[in-house]
Design a protein around this ligand. Structure first.
Ligand code: ZN
Length: 508
């Protein structure tokens, strides 16, 4: 009988917080595209005699992330030194959190395409500084310290994922959540979200954790899916051949789609952790945590977090947050399907970014059209406009009120659908109100019935042959007549009313 294997995967993610400045100095945090070593100071380049100063925003964002992951927030956390030697680490140690980190516990529910959900628990959630970067060029090793001191949250899952597919889905939902609560840009290509995977296999039904390997340098969700699948297959083949899986680190090469052995793993004891003597403990009172949420809820687009008194409490020394008030992306998607009768596809896209879903809800509230109609406008036309302009929903000049106004004008027959679509861009570019543009450019449909009748009469008198054919039974000519009226009126005839009047006048 063939042995059945189960794949066991744990993920270690490094999340770059989108603070203005680095975690212990005032250098700009994001150095994407900058020349090497141009975004550094004595603190982050590790010169002697300097002292770190903790960036409050990094603590706030880490606390918010911990809450969103359903973790407890430690009222007192500490920074520790992790000692190791590497050229990209000028101090010779990394400031991180070891045994008393900011977050404790927590989980993320991962929703699989087949409708099932898997709860993945968080083993570790802590704040730390990033190291620099080295590369080899023309036989020389070069080092760039720009990334030294960039604030990171390291988050490690329990080994509770069971395929490359599940790991990819975990990352997809984590990325969405990070953007949703606004703590990270979570762009994997820019290294804002990095992921290493621990992979092992065991016989199905066994509770033993076997020797694992670690995969590094996967910088896309697709890489994660492929690399884990490939490594699990390799381990199964190794065991089937009667050999043992060895513990080592593998490097994913996205160009060739292969794994390369890097080095054997170091153990934690090698790092000689001790408390960082240059930083005070981080104390967060329940009031301060409440303030973090309050600040987060102040912006209108952040109305997902509506904290009520008593929604957080101190239990057993830790601050526990009741998170029922936080609507996460998946919950909002389900609500859109339920409340607005959207398809899963539409709801998925409209909740991909929080600002987009807020935009949609605001437009629905302000428009008298059905939510599905608003959804169609956004899915077909607004997203195209955003894509063309490279803007997010919150960056558009065209606000939900104006989209709602345009939709309502089309629905009530004041303007044609084509005019409505063109208006989106005109409002976005000019900043004028839709009604102003319609009035100034004479874009409104012919509302006066007598005026429309005289235009139709003119078309009929110009086309005696077609009129005769229609009256002889060739009713398919109706569309052609509508087209003629449209041409004559420069597209300003209401197509529905035109059709009705044409039928009435042709049947005479
Ligand atoms: Zn600096």
């Amino acid at each position: 009988m063939m042995t059945q294997y189960e794949i066991v995967v744990g993920l270690e993610t490094h999340i770059q917080l989108n603070t203005e400045t680095k975690i212990f100095c005032s250098c700009k945090a994001d150095s994407w595209g900058a020349e090497p070593n141009t975004n550094i100071c004595p603190v982050c380049s590790g010169l002697p005699g300097v002292l770190p100063v903790l960036n409050e925003a990094a603590v706030q964002k880490a606390a918010l992330l911990a809450a969103a992951m359903h973790a407890e927030i430690n009222p007192i956390s500490y920074f520790d030194r992790k000692n190791y030697f590497y050229p990209d680490l000028p101090k010779g140690y990394q400031i991180t959190q070891f045994d008393e980190p900011i977050g404790k516990g927590g989980y993320l529910d991962v929703h699989m395409p087949d409708g099932s959900a898997r709860r993945v628990h968080i083993h570790k959630l802590h704040l730390e500084e990033d190291a620099g970067k080295t590369k080899i060029e023309a036989g020389r090793r070069l080092v760039d310290f720009n990334r030294c001191g960039v604030p990171l949250v390291e988050m490690v899952t329990e080994p509770e994922l069971h395929s490359g597919e599940e790991a990819a889905q975990y990352l997809t939902e984590l990325r969405q959540l990070l953007r949703w609560i606004g703590v990270s840009e979570a762009d994997m290509e820019r290294g804002h979200l990095r992921c290493d995977a621990n992979v092992s296999i065991r016989e199905t039904g066994s509770a033993v954790l076997n020797t694992k390997t670690e995969i590094k340098n996967m910088n896309s969700i697709e890489s994660i899916r492929q690399a884990i699948t490939l490594e699990a297959q390799r381990q199964i083949a190794t065991v089937e051949a009667g050999e043992r899986v060895e513990s080592y680190t593998l490097d994913w090469d996205a160009d060739t789609g292969t794994l390369r052995k890097m080095r054997s793993k170091e153990t934690e004891a090698d790092y000689r952790y001790f408390r960082e003597p240059d930083l005070l403990p981080v104390k967060l009172s329940a009031d301060e945590i409440a303030n973090i949420y309050k600040r987060f809820t102040e912006k209108p687009q952040d109305k997902i977090l509506e904290l009520e008194p008593g929604s957080f409490s101190i239990t057993g020394g830790n601050v526990t947050l009741t998170l029922t008030k936080i609507e996460m992306p998946y919950d909002r998607k389900m609500r859109f399907i339920e409340d607005y009768h959207l398809s899963a596809y539409d709801a998925d896209i409209l909740t991909s970014e929080r600002s987009l879903s807020d935009y949609f809800e605001e437009a629905v509230r302000l428009s008298s059209a059905a939510p599905k109609t608003v959804s169609n406008w956004m899915m077909n036309d607004l997203l195209r406009l955003m894509n063309d302009l490279g803007k997010s929903a919150s960056e558009l000049h065209l606000r939900p009120a104006e989209l709602a106004e345009i939709i309502d004008m089309v629905e009530s027959g004041k303007i044609s659908p084509g005019t409505g679509k063109a208006l989106l861009k005109k409002v976005e570019e000019s900043g004028q109100k839709p009604a102003e543009i319609v009035a100034a450019e004479g874009l409104g449909l012919i509302g006066d019935e007598d005026a429309l009748r005289s235009q139709i009469a003119a078309v009929l008198s110009e086309s005696p042959n077609e009129v005769a054919s229609f009256r002889a039974g060739k009713e398919s000519l109706l569309g052609w007549f509508v087209g003629q009226v449209m041409r004559r009126t420069g597209g300003k005839a209401d197509p529905k009313r035109t059709r009705e009047l044409l039928l009435e006048m042709l049947k005479k």
